[in-house]
Design a protein around this ligand. Sequence first.
Ligand code: IMP
Ligand code: MG
Length: 183
Amino acid sequence: MEFESIDEFHEKIKRIIISEEEIKAAVKKAGEMINSSYDGRPILLVSILKGSFIFLSDLCREINVPCEIGFMAAKSYYEGTQSSGIVKITMDLQQDVSKYHVIIVEDIVDTGRTLKDVAKLINSRNPISLNVITLLDKPDRRIVDFKVDYSLFTIPDLFVIGYGLDCGEYFRNLPYIAEFSEK
Ligand code: IMP
Ligand code: MG
């Protein structure tokens, strides 16, 4: 993606749909839920890169029970704002998941393909338990059947950017979630 000017770049940010304050409050609540639902055995938060890196970093600071962090990279191939349906695991986890309550931390569930593939892979390695938390859920776009355990926000079928989510690798650093302007 190339921009003729800084104005053109800013015009891609159509409108804020979830503010910094709303995100902060919801992340705090999610952290409290995690703190109250585990039994003292270690938790492994598995961040699916790159989109979930900001959500993970805020969420893990709301957790006050033993927890480790792990990373996996999954790439869903996009043509512009449309998913191609091809998911590839480009970086695998280092940890042996059989020693942990695993929580997959995702940015957004769209068609559901990425999470279905990642969850299947992790499950095959026998974690003590496996749960999935996502910042955003776009249920109208689901193609494969996948149920997340905890979603902070349900949004309509819009392409969104910010707080880790990108379009063409830009806009991940916005502190809020915004609708992307296609024009
Ligand atoms: P899925 O496999 O179709 O569920 O897509 C999951 C991945 O597509 C997410 O982890 C995101 O990286 C990306 N994605 C889906 N919808 C959006 C969006 O609205 N904005 C930015 N990235 C998105
Ligand atoms: Mg993602």
